[in-house]
Design a protein around this ligand. Sequence first.
Ligand code: HEC
Length: 102
Amino acid sequence: MSVMSAMPASAAQANIAGMRLAATCVNCHAFLADATSPVADKAFGDLSGWPKQTILDKLQAYRRMPNKGSATVMHQLVKGYSEDELLMIADYFSSLPSPAKK
Ligand code: HEC
């Protein structure tokens, strides 16, 4: 088994759904793969390789925030996703190699 195939096929498939959902997020939170692109170096930060639970905790905290006087966009954005979708998104980002471990 090679290093590249460490993820079982079923997990890889589940992650495709997460990847689709995460496509919105990476407009602002850059992918590791985009590290050389001009938009990668932005304040929002790359979520690649973050612990799944950390991402989920933050997303759920945003969801509980009131609409006024909270975060800039995240508290509004996250309300558009179901719990399952947030889980898939967190799972997807945590499965990506973290830039620090590259
Ligand atoms: C329009 C740009 C934009 C999009 C799209 C976006 N974010 Fe964010 N994100 C931000 C900003 C700005 C912050 C800082 C908090 C705030 O001001 O809302 C943030 C903060 C975060 C944080 C906390 C980061 C930290 O350091 O604590 C997480 C986690 C996060 N976003 C995840 C996501 C996920 C998952 C998605 C896709 C569902 C997403 N974001 C989509 C702009 C965006």
